[in-house]
Design a protein around this ligand. Structure first.
Ligand code: ADP
Length: 635
């Protein structure tokens, strides 16, 4: 095979540049990444040896070796796993398979601190080798294939693949260390790193090295090792416990064991916010270990987001790409499900219909929600969690009817009674006065505007708390809930809530204001569904609401965005509510000039629309009106 220099794809170049230049604080993670790849490679081969005809009964050696050579200033990570063929090398080490990577790279700011946080979430994988190595060789042979290959790069933007001979399947990642990374070529340093990150990798990890007592090789071995320039028998020491963490009884594990394991599976530095480890014994036996992260990954809302949950059958890794293991709203949970009672050789479709898995899923959701509930006890910690994960929990309210009650205790809302932070429905209920019949909320797309909305004036006056819903999903979700513990949840953006507050007062006001209401109604004509006097306003002259059964503005925007037809003729007209005691309204009542009446009426509607985040249909006439009024005012 001819040697050919190949260029890395642009995003790999970008990533390499980043890894080399901005990630120097945690160089040691390169070993964690390589051991994790080696372990995955053995996992894959183990699975195929049980399920694939071609590799059936293949003798899988479940060991990982780490060689270091002080003279050569090099470290190699060696596995006996699945290996790679030429296409794999090009696809996996020349490009970045995850399509989210481009988006990730575009989020980088150049600010080192922020960026390394992002990188932590992303995981740098194989490319982290270039933090410590000036030259990397990947010598690999795919199990079941005859051909072997060597991939070489020195991070100059190119790599080269040549065909070589290699006896056994698996991969050697050889790294010639940079001068400033020599520290890693040291037995105790390597031991410490492996213990820290890879103690519970389920395969034995041996450290191979030379020391003074190392024996000379026999002549025969010398010949065999000539190419590798090995002249002595390396010392070999087992350095990890090689036990899958989740199979160890809870009582024998420390918090630090869980945390190290979590860092390993999340490829990050953060500890988990919380974890729950359960061994279920009964009709189905299985173990689950779930971690709730502190931070949401950057790609949580992307369609190609991969959750960090792995399915094992009796410690044999099956998949980490099954969207069905947990409901999608819990996709931020990381961890392991290991069940001995599942068949090994199953397709994804069969897994999805599997009754055992369905049972495990159901129990797992309960466990995880229960664990999140425990976190709520620490308000500060929970606030941090909510900042990251309120939205997926809200998705759950919409998706998971069976667990709605549990989820209602977990979601949080901004509120007129809380400046910074969140309110739970339970707290809202607790603080409700005995007079108050419903839970109230206001929807819109901007928190600051909502906090000053005229719609809230009477609620403020009566000291009634209103939840502030400014997330685009909110309206759809809250209208699907309807009630919390038999208490109706109502939008202040609708007509009925005004009557709710004081219906007698409302009736009286409307009677008295008949004249001015008619005047405005005539001026606005078809542009509004109705005009009413309302008791809900105190400082503002007007506001708009929607009729009880009409979709709110937020909902209308959402429906439009989703390409759904609007009810009726496609436009939902607002209802204008006026404050009959306001100066503008009382003066308008006395006004006689037709243009003035029309201008002021329209401006009352338009300012209320702006408050609700609505776009004015005709900005030109709005400006003309405003200017006429200003001119009159200055005259
Ligand atoms: P990740 O492990 O997150 O997928 P990496 O950059 O670490 O990202 O690796 C990219 C891909 O290269 C892996 O998904 C795997 O397919 C392949 N790979 C890396 N190391 C090995 C190895 N030791 N054996 C077999 N395949 C490997």
């Amino acid at each position: 095979m001819a040697k050919a220099k190949q260029e890395f794809k642009t995003e790999v170049k970008q990533l390499l540049d980043l890894v080399i230049h901005s990630l120097y604080s945690d160089k040691e993670i390169f070993l964690r990444e390589l051991v994790s790849n080696a372990s995955d490679a053995i996992d894959k081969l183990k699975f195929l040896s049980l399920t694939d005809k071609k590799l059936k009964d293949f003798d899988v050696k479940e060991k990982i070796f780490i060689n270091f050579d002080e003279k050569d200033n090099s470290i190699s990570v060696i596995d006996t796993g699945i290996g790679m063929d030429e296409d794999d090398l090009n696809d996996h080490l020349g490009t970045i398979a995850k399509s989210g990577t481009k988006g990730f790279l575009s989020q980088l700011t150049g600010d080192q601190k922020k960026d390394s946080n992002l990188i932590g979430q992303f995981g740098v994988g194989f490319y982290s080798t270039f933090m410590v190595a000036s030259e990397v060789h990947v010598i690999t042979k795919k199990a079941g294939n005859d051909k072997a290959y060597k991939w070489v790069s020195n991070a100059d933007g190119t790599y080269e693949i040549t065909e070589i001979t290699k006896e056994s399947n698996g991969t050697v990642v050889y790294m010639r260390l940079k001068d400033d990374a020599k520290e890693f070529c040291n037995k105790s340093r390597l031991e410490t790193i492996i213990e820290k990150y890879s103690n519970h990798v389920p395969f034995q990890i041996f450290l191979n090295y030379m020391d003074e007592t190392t024996e000379e090789l026999s002549e025969e071995d010398k010949k065999a090792n000539k190419e590798a320039k090995v002249t002595k028998t390396p010392k070999s020491e087992l350095i990890n416990s090689a036990k899958a963490l989740w199979t160890i009884p809870k009582k024998d594990l420390k918090k630090s064991d869980y945390n190290e394991f979590y860092k390993n599976i999340s490829h990050g530095e953060d500890e988990a916010l919380s974890y729950v480890h359960t061994k279920a014994e009964g009709a189905i036996e299985y173990t689950t270990l779930f971690f709730i992260p502190k931070k949401a990954p950057f790609d949580l809302y992307r369609v190609d987001y991969q959750s960090g949950l792995k399915l094992y059958v009796n410690r044999v890794f099956i998949t980490d790409d099954d969207k069905e293991l947990l409901p999608s709203y819990l996709r931020f949970v990381k961890g392991v499900i290991d069940c001995a009672d599942l068949p090994l050789n199953v397709s994804r479709e069969i897994l999805q219909q599997n009754k055992i898995l369905a049972n495990i899923k159901q129990a797992s959701v309960k466990k995880i929600l229960g664990q999140i509930k425990k976190v709520t006890k620490n308000k500060e910690e929970y606030n941090e969690f909510i900042k990251e994960f309120n939205r997926p929990l809200k998705e759950g309210l919409y998706q998971d009817y069976a667990n709605r009650d549990a989820l209602l205790e977990l979601v949080r809302f901004k509120s007129t009674k809380v400046e910074n932070g969140y309110q739970s429905l339970a707290e809202y209920k607790e603080a409700m006065g005995s007079e108050q019949k419903s839970i109230y909320y206001i929807v819109g797309d901007n928190e600051a505007t909502l906090r000053h909305s005229p719609l809230l004036e009477s609620f403020k006056a009566k000291d009634i708390e209103v939840l502030i819903l400014d997330d685009e999903l909110d309206d759809m979700i809250i209208t699907s809930i309807d009630k919390y513990k038999d208490i109706e949840i109502k939008s202040v953006n609708r007509t009925d809530t005004s009557k709710d507050l004081d219906s007698k007062e409302d009736e009286k006001i409307n009677k008295e204001a008949e004249g001015i209401v008619k005047k405005i109604k005539d001026a606005l004509g078809d542009d509004v569904k109705d005009v009413r006097a309302s008791s809900r306003l105190s400082d503002s002259p007007s506001c708009i609401v929607v009729d009880q059964d009409d979709p709110t503005l937020q909902m209308q925007n959402m429906m439009k965005a989703m390409g759904q037809a609007m009810p009726g003729d496609g436009t939902v007209k607002p209802i204008l509510e006026i404050n009959p005691t306001h100066d503008i309204i009382t003066k308008l009542d006395k006004a006689e000039d037709k243009t003035t009446i029309e201008d002021v009426s329209r401006l009352l509607l338009e300012q209320a629309m702006i408050y609700e985040g609505m776009k004015l249909k005709d900005v030109h006439s709005f400006n003309a009106r405003l200017n006429r009024v200003l001119k009159g005012f200055l005259a």
